[in-house]
Design a binder for this molecule. Structure first.
Ligand code: DAH
Length: 350
């Protein structure tokens, strides 16, 4: 009986080594290990053996069967790796870009941010980023925002403990680190590093101690703009913003500027825009952006002495723009990562 087991083992070995495709594999496996396969037949012979012979033959059959199963497992791995090699080699060049944007999604805030960058970069603005952890000086003092200003209140701003020290961001005196409350900090960082002409855009995350509701979230995004040079006027500011909103929301849009107060600009303005393409909100004036001419005190803080230099700055909220453009009525949706929401924003759509 044992020679018979050895013979079957040899037959199985030959059969398995001849297998080269999945169809062959399934066929061979069922002939050898299947319910009507040769091992089953072999097992059925066991009861006919003598009591003495049975255990050793049984063990030999089981050992042989285990080995054959192992050989089939290895064969399957070989077939699968050949299949995927053939598939990759023939029909996919993984270095090529996807042929379709159909199912590629992009977070609405990223879409709007990219659109803002694209429009301003066509006007010669460079994108510059600044740190989210700032010192009080960059966030407030350098922007002429006095101690008494509400944005410096503990209830409005995330302060770090006084004894925290953070690498690469030096503190003056005993000022505290804060999570920046606006991207206007990048105006100061840029002017300290560069001489005019300057034309930058700075998108990024900002933080305020706002209670969460449909229009407030403690983390949100702004986009700051700064232009500094000789002979820059309010006309330049207005025409650039007008151009921007027309590009963003279509030719039917207009802006208006109302006098307003921000400590770091003089004069300062609030910009409203209206557009024909905003669904329910079409043709209504909507407050959208703060701006103004850079205040002399800010230039002084950055070491700019010349009288010939002037400039303007503006800052807008990216969530607010996205909510208006896409008709989103709850800011929390941006941060919940609910795919039912996110899947509405394909990369290919505006
Ligand atoms: N930083 C202001 C804020 O967060 C927005 C702003 C207003 C930015 C006027 C500016 C500006 O550059 O000129 O509310």
């Amino acid at each position: 009986m044992i020679p018979q087991v050895n013979k079957i083992f040899e037959e199985a070995q030959i059969a398995i080594s001849g297998v080269s495709s999945r169809a062959n594999f399934d066929n061979a496996k069922s002939k050898i290990l299947g319910p009507n396969g040769i091992f089953r037949e072999l097992m059925q012979l066991l009861p006919r053996l003598s009591k003495e012979e049975r255990p050793s033959v049984g063990q030999a059959i089981n050992a042989c069967k285990n080995e054959v199963e192992e050989m089939f497992k290895n064969k399957l791995i070989e077939i699968e790796s050949n299949e995927s090699r053939a598939f990759l080699g023939q029909s996919i060049d993984p270095t090529l870009p996807s042929t379709s944007n159909e199912d590629i999604f992009c977070h609405p805030l990223t879409k709007i941010k990219n659109r803002i960058i694209e429009i301003f970069s066509n006007l010669g603005f460079n994108t510059v980023e600044g740190p989210e952890i700032e010192t009080e000086w960059f966030c407030f003092d350098a922007l002429s925002t006095p101690e008494s200003h509400p944005s410096r209140d503990e209830h409005d701003t995330f302060y770090f403990n006084r004894d925290v020290s953070i690498e690469n961001i030096s503190k003056k005196g005993d000022e505290q680190y804060v999570l920046r409350t606006h991207t206007s900090t990048v105006q100061i960082r840029t002017m300290l590093q560069r001489k005019p002409p300057i034309r930058i855009l700075s998108p990024g995350m900002v933080f305020r101690r706002d209670a969460i509701d449909a229009t407030h979230y403690p983390t949100f995004h702004q986009c700051e703009g700064l232009v500094v040079g000789e002979g820059i006027t309010v006309c330049d500011l207005k025409s650039i913003l007008d151009f921007f909103f027309k590009k963003l929301t279509g030719e039917g849009s207009e802006i208006r500027m109302r006098p307003s107060f921000f400590p770091f600009v003089s004069p300062g303005f609030e910009v409203d825009f209206r557009s024909k393409n905003l669904g329910k909100l079409s043709n209504r004036w909507i407050e959208i952006c703060g701006c103004g001419m850079v205040a002399p005190s800010v230039f002084k803080n950055c070491g700019y002495g010349s009288d010939k230099i002037s400039g303007f700055a503006f800052g807008m909220g990216i969530e607010r723009l996205a909510m208006l453009l896409y008709g989103i009525d709850d800011i929390r949706l941006f941060f919940q990562n609910d795919t039912r929401f996110l899947k509405q924003f394909k990369l290919s759509m505006l």
